[in-house]
Ligand binder design. Structure first.
Ligand code: NAD
Length: 421
């Protein structure tokens, strides 16, 4: 497994080991459940605007194909490694199984800092990545979507490149496309909306009133900004802390989220220099006293160093893998202080609405935004209740309960299909 050596993969493997021990999964099944079915590494030579040719490394990992095609986003980020992409694919598998979607998990990425690319260069990286992946993917084998550093435009380039190769339009090859080329309404907001829905459900269980609560959000991209909007505008919550990779900001009386969004729109998409709140250290942001903390950026930001110091009542994991297993142990010992909504449940809104987009693309029949959102909340509600019920009856931390449900379903499918030949 050295192939996948990476802190994120080590996290995913350790989480799986804990669940496998809890579920008494046979040793012979463990590697079959954890190791990816396929991992593809590609080299992408791109002509830069200055005429030089530069090569970038790209990855696609398909974790398992037992329950249908694989599904997962594509990350463009300087920190992308094979191991990180593999961990993200594994988490996608448990997430899809937990929410009852007919998918295995996948993930892909390119090790690139998109801020150093012109629009033409970004298009070249995107198209070349898709071109190299064509032999390995398909609307019935592996469906791509967006993740950090990619967006609707990148998905449109992916679909166009794939479709040019097949000779006809194939909307089902990617989700998160613009609505004008077969995307679904409500996809861009889906993950953040799901995060907000689940926070509301947790507040309800804890008998807390949203408009009397405070929130802190790390990451102000697709997930973080949409969650901030929902919590502030829909629930009347005071968002006292926000951050992105350029800075963290605090305002005791609540940050004007509309002003923060306007700032990012006018300043290259970043919060740096935001004047309507006070700058604070990114580390201190996470340990601010608040009712709801939403990590919505990178993996492994809640660690054994800060888990004991978190002062939130609800930890809503918008990001994938924000909490390390060591931090999990600490949080479990604080289960009556910190209510964890684990990532594979909390951010599942994205893949659920991606699934809706895929279904609409295959059927060429499109739904209204109300239909999309109603169906999204229904699936999240079922998964939320299942996790709470399992956690209560088996006295498990929420993450273990969520993962146990997901892992059990994949295991049952593998056992039912048997081993070929
Ligand atoms: P994005 O690229 O739109 O935004 C990422 C945000 O995180 C940006 O504001 C960026 O500045 C910030 N960030 C990066 N490094 C940071 C750091 N060190 N400290 C603070 N902020 C930092 O990405 P996104 O789509 O919002 O994804 C965020 C997380 O949510 C990722 O973990 C992703 O895997 C997960 N996720 C996204 C979706 C989706 O539908 N977009 C679905 C499920 C999970």
């Amino acid at each position: 497994m050295d192939l996948y050596a990476d802190p994120a993969f080590a996290m995913a493997a350790e989480q799986f080991r804990l669940i496998a021990d809890y579920l008494n999964i046979d040793d012979s099944m463990r590697a079959r459940m954890l190791q990816p079915k396929r991992s593809v590494i590609v080299t992408l030579p791109i002509r830069r605007d200055n005429g030089h040719v530069e090569t970038f490394q790209g990855y696609r990992v398909q974790h398992h194909l037992t329950m249908g095609p694989t599904k997962g986003g594509t990350r463009f980020h300087p920190g992308v490694t094979l191991g990180e992409v593999t961990a993200l694919a594994i988490w996608m598998s448990w997430k899809c199984a937990l929410t009852g979607l007919p998918y295995g998990g996948a993930k892909g990425g390119v090790t690139v800092d998109t801020r150093t690319l012109s629009t033409r260069e970004l298009e070249a990286v995107s198209r070349r990545y898709m071109q190299e992946m064509i032999p390995f993917i398909g609307e019935r084998t592996d469906v791509m979507g967006p993740d950090m550093g990619t967006n609707e435009q990148v998905m449109a380039w992916f679909m166009d490149t794939y479709s040019i190769n097949t000779g006809f339009t194939v909307p089902g090859i990617v989700t998160g496309k613009p609505v004008s080329v077969g995307g679904t309404t409500g996809r861009r907001e889906a993950t953040g909306r799901g995060v907000v829905y689940l926070i509301e459900r947790a507040l309800d269980l804890l008998k807390m009133q949203p408009d009397r609560c405070t929130a802190v959000i790390q990451g102000f991209g697709n997930v973080g900004a949409v969650a901030a909007q929902g919590l502030a505008f829909k629930d009347g919550m005071k968002v006292i802390g926000i951050s992105d990779h350029t800075g963290a900001f605090y305002r005791k009386d609540g940050i004007d989220i509309a002003a923060a969004e306007k700032w990012t729109r006018e300043h290259n998409g970043v919060l740096a220099g935001f004047t309507e709140a006070d700058p604070i250290s990114p580390d201190d942001l996470l340990t601010l006293e608040c009712d709801v903390l939403v990590p919505a950026a990178l993996e492994a930001v809640i660690t054994e160093k800060n888990a004991a110091r978190l002062r939130c009542r609800i930890l809503a994991e918008g990001a994938n893998g924000p909490t390390t297993p060591a931090a999990d142990q600490i949080l479990f010992s604080r289960w009556n202080e910190v209510f964890v909504i684990p990532d594979i449940l909390c951010n599942a809104g994205g893949v659920i609405v991606s699934y809706f987009e895929w279904v609409q693309g295959l059927q060429q029949m499109f739904w209204t935004e109300t239909e999309v959102t109603d169906r999204l909340f229904r699936i999240l509600e079922t998964a939320f209740q299942a996790v709470i019920k399992r956690a209560k009856s088996a006295k498990l931390p929420h993450r273990m309960a969520a993962m146990a449900i997901g892992v059990e379903r994949v295991l049952a499918a593998k056992m039912a299909r048997g081993l070929f030949p």
